[in-house]
Design a protein around this ligand. Structure first.
Ligand SMILES: Cc1ncc(COP(=O)(O)O)c(C=O)c1O
Length: 396
């Protein structure tokens, strides 16, 4: 019996692939600080749980494939606060941002088509593209330039007759880069001139620091029919396990096509949709408070990591990740060693090796992605461990 080439061509997530080593370390009694994954330790708002309690139906029915009205309306209302305006038939509820990206690629790409994405990029983008038979064509961004976009010409050089869309995360996972309006405008011009869609993954849009302005591709008013917005409650409301996201576009014909994908998977979990629709009643102070906490954690992570000899960091402006260059040849070997051969005061650190966020062979090999959505004490302890570990590892 054979497996499909499609599945064989897919990779394991760099964020999770060292998990068996972490488990082994934990079984041996070592405390592992999980800086590899974007699982916030922040409490989900009570409004979500109230929404679960308020669900009084006697049967858990399939909902409409595009999602329940109440949830769609609540998303429309909250997006309007960011000057993003949708009608009801332009927004569909998905199983997280993940399914939204998957649907956007499926609806725009045929097998063999290409999706341009600035690298490093969220590693699952590769898998989402491969499921559709497409693949990511990376445009390199550099730590020296805080991972901002290269010139229009450099991006255009990657365009072929198989290019169908540009996929960005803004703010970016894994770099924390927040694109300026000028950068988005440039992408908009490229999309227009080369007849492409832009998939704008904005699942971290609430977490932008240092008064950097938030610009959405949905603010590019002259090309709205080319923009596909992806959003999710996973990070904004620390509700990753609820699996509620959305795909939206002013291009009604595109949304009409995406509806086929929504119908094929019947619907998104009904109770979670009810619960999520009550998030609209969450006090504004919830996000303000969480954002303040992430900024504090970002500062501790950035100051701590940059103070370790020969570690190079770019200061993230958004999301809750940071990509750093380590003084090692291969960050994955170092990450494994941290879990199998090292502990300091009975603890060690797990991070995501950088190469998994690049499509170009060899790039990101000495880089590591650290997530700072865990508490301050864990971040501080992790920095101490990393410094000791690098000292010992580099002296070997
Ligand atoms: C950039 C980015 N997009 C999408 C997702 C998927 O989020 P969801 O939980 O909404 O599927 C993640 C999750 O970490 C992410 O970092």
């Amino acid at each position: 019996m054979n497996f499909s080439n499609r599945i064989l061509d897919m990779d394991y997530s760099p964020i999770r692939k060292l998990a068996p080593y972490a488990k082994e370390a934990e079984n041996k009694g070592v405390k592992v600080y999980h800086l590899n994954i974007g699982q916030p330790d922040v409490k989900t708002p009570d409004t979500f749980f109230q929404g679960v309690t308020d669900f009084k139906e006697e049967i858990i029915k399939y909902s409409d494939s595009q999602g329940i009205d109440k949830l769609i309306e609540s998303f429309i209302q909250s997006l309007a606060d960011s000057n993003i305006y949708f009608d009801k038939d332009e927004l569909m509820i998905t199983h997280g941002g993940s399914e939204a990206i998957q649907f956007a690629i499926m609806a725009t790409c045929d097998p063999g088509d290409e999706v341009i994405s600035p690298e490093p990029f969220y590693s699952n983008y590769s898998s989402f593209a491969k499921v559709a038979g497409a693949h990511i064509v990376p445009v390199e961004t550099k730590i020296e330039n805080d991972f901002h976009l290269p010139s229009k010409e450099e991006i255009e050089a990657k365009i072929t007759d198989r290019t169908r869309c540009i996929l960005i995360s803004n703010p970016c996972n894994p770099t924390g880069t927040v694109y300026s309006y000028e950068e988005l405008k440039m992408l908009g011009e490229i999309a227009k001139e080369h007849d492409l869609f832009i998939i704008s993954d904005e699942v971290y849009r609430q977490f932008i620091f240092d008064n950097v302005p938030y610009n959405s591709c949905m603010h590019l008013t002259d090309i709205l029919d080319r923009i596909i917005l992806v959003d999710s409650i996973s990070k904004h409301y620390s509700a990753c396990g609820a699996r509620i996201g959305l795909v939206a576009s002013k291009n009604k014909e595109l949304m009409h096509q995406i509806l086929k994908l929504c119908q094929a998977r019947l619907c998104v979990s009904t109770i979670e949709q009810y619960a999520a629709s009550n998030l609209i009643n969450t006090m504004n102070s919830y996000i303000t408070e969480v954002k303040m906490q992430y900024k504090k954690r970002r500062d501790i992570m950035y100051n701590g990591l940059s103070s370790i000899p020969n570690v190079i960091c770019s200061k993230p402006k958004g999301a809750f990740y940071m990509l750093a260059k380590l003084p090692v040849d291969d960050a994955e070997t170092f990450a494994k060693w941290l879990l199998t051969d090292f502990s300091y005061n009975g603890a060690t650190v797990m991070f995501a090796p950088g190469s998994g966020f690049y499509a170009t062979e060899g790039l990101g090999k000495n880089e590591a992605r650290f997530s700072y959505c865990t508490n301050v004490e864990d971040i501080q302890n992790s920095i101490v461990i990393l410094e000791k570990a690098l000292e010992e590892y580099c002296a070997k």
